[in-house]
Design a binder for this molecule. Sequence first.
Ligand SMILES: *Cc1c(COP(=O)(O)O)cnc(C)c1O
Length: 497
Amino acid sequence: MTRMTRKATRHTSQNEGLIFEKSSPGKAAFKLPPLDVPEVDAAQLLGSSERKDLGNMPEVSEIEIIRHFTRLSTWNYAIDLGMYPLGSCTMKYNPRVNEVVTRLPGLANGHPYQPEKISQGALRIIKTLSECLTEITGMEAITLQPAAGAHGELTGLLLVRGYLESKGNPRKKILIPDSAHGTNPATAATVGYAVENLKSNAQGMVDVPSLVAQMNEDVAALMLTNPNTLGVFEQEIHKIAEIMHAKGGLLYMDGANMNALVGKARPGDFGVDVMHLNLHKTFSTPHGGGGPGSGPVAVKQFLEPFLPKPVIVTKADGTLGFDYNRPQSVGRVRAFYGNFGMFTRALAYILANGPDGLRQTTEDAVLNANYIRKELEDVYDLPYSTPSMHEVVFSDKLQAKQGVKTGDIAKRLIDYGFHPYTVSFPLIVHGALMIEPTESESKQELDLFIEAMRSIAQEVQEEPQMVLEAPHHTRVSRLDEVAAARNPVLRWKPAAQ
Ligand SMILES: *Cc1c(COP(=O)(O)O)cnc(C)c1O
C-alpha cells in the first residue's frame, strides 16, 4: 500500500521542456491601468544602475508562475508531508508558534550594532535561553555563539585546550569511541589533537577496561556521545568520568542526542565537563540544507573563563550588556552573538512546553523508537539488544542474503511515501538502518511506517529485483549520487535554441 499516486501525471512528464518552459512573448503576471502621471526618465532616476538588458527573462502569467513554484515544492519531501525517520538527526516537527515569535518585528528587525540600551529585550532572550539550557544540562555556564553542532565541538575542544594550556600542558590526544559521529574525529584533528580510537563492547557501550588501558597523561579528553549513535545510553558514564578525571583529562559530551535525556538526566550530574547542544535537533529550530543552526556549548565553572567573548553580564545599573574584558577567552567563534533567530525559536519551544512538557517529549521520543523496534525486530536484524533510547539501529543482514542492502530498502521506502532512514551509519554496524521517529509522530503514522517496512521485508523475499530497482514512483529513480554531489546542477537551464 503506498500513499503516493502510482499514475503518471503531467507533473511527472518526462518532457522537461514542457515542465519548465512556460514562457511565451508578451505574457505578464500583472496588468496596470494607463499612466496618469508624467513619465519619469528612468535613466535620470537610476543613472548607471539602470539595467537595460534584462536577458532571457521568462514571460509568464500569474497562475503559471504560482503553479510552477508550488509544483516544484511538491517534488521535495518535507516534515510537513510525513515522517522523517533520519536517525542521529532528530528531525522533529518545528511548531509554527516558534516562527510567529521569531518574526515579531521588534525581534526580527533588531540589528547587532544597535546600542545595548535599546537591545535589552534581545539580551534578555539570550540570557533566559542560556539559563534554561544550563538548567536542562546541569552545567554552570554556556555560550550560544557556535552556529552548528560541529562548530560547538570545535569551540568545546578549544576550551579544553585553553584550560589545559593554562595548566601548563595542552596534551596530545583525544579518545573517541568507534561509534562516534564523523564530526568528532574531524574536530579533534582541527584543534590539533591526535585521535585515538576506543572500542565498544558487545553491548554497544564504551569498553571500560580499554579506556583504563588507553587513558594516560597524554590524553586531553574523551569525546563521548550519550546516548551514543547506537541509541544506547552509556550506563558506566560515572565510572568513565572518574577514569578521565583521575588522570587530569576532561569528559566532552556530544549532546546532539539530548532528545533522549531532556528532563530526565543531566550530563552535568553524571560527570560531563563540557558539551554542545544542537538547538536545530533537540530544541525544534529548523534543520538541514545548510541553513542557520545553533550549537551552544555548556561547561562546568572551571571552564567559564575560557568561553568565547563577549559574554552577557548584568551591569551595575541592572541592565544587561556584553563583557569583552575576558583575558583567558579563546576569542570569538562567530560574528556577533550567534544565530539569534534560532534562540527565539528554541526559547519559544522551551517555554511553550515547560519542564513537564519537555520531560513528556523525551518519554514520547523514547517510547516511539521502542515501539518501532518491537514491531520490526522479527523482520530486521537487531545487532545490539541493549535497551534503545530515542533511536534504534537495525542491520540489513537478513535482506543481504537476497542481495538487497540497506540503501535499497531505503530507496523502496520512498515509494511508500516516507523519507529514508539513515543509511549505513553508525559505521560499527555493517549495513545499518538507523531509525529515529522523534516524539512528533502519532501512533497512526508509526503504524504506517511499520507497515511499509514490514511490506518491504516481504518484497525482499518475494521480488528482490523489484526492490533493487526502486524507487519506482519518483520523477527520477536511481541517481549517480557521487556525480550529483561532485557536480551539482542547481539551476534549470533552457535547452540551447
Ligand atoms: C548532528 C550531529 C552532529 C553535528 O551537528 P551539525 O549541526 O550537523 O554540525 C554531531 N554529533 C552528532 C552525534 C550528531 O548527531
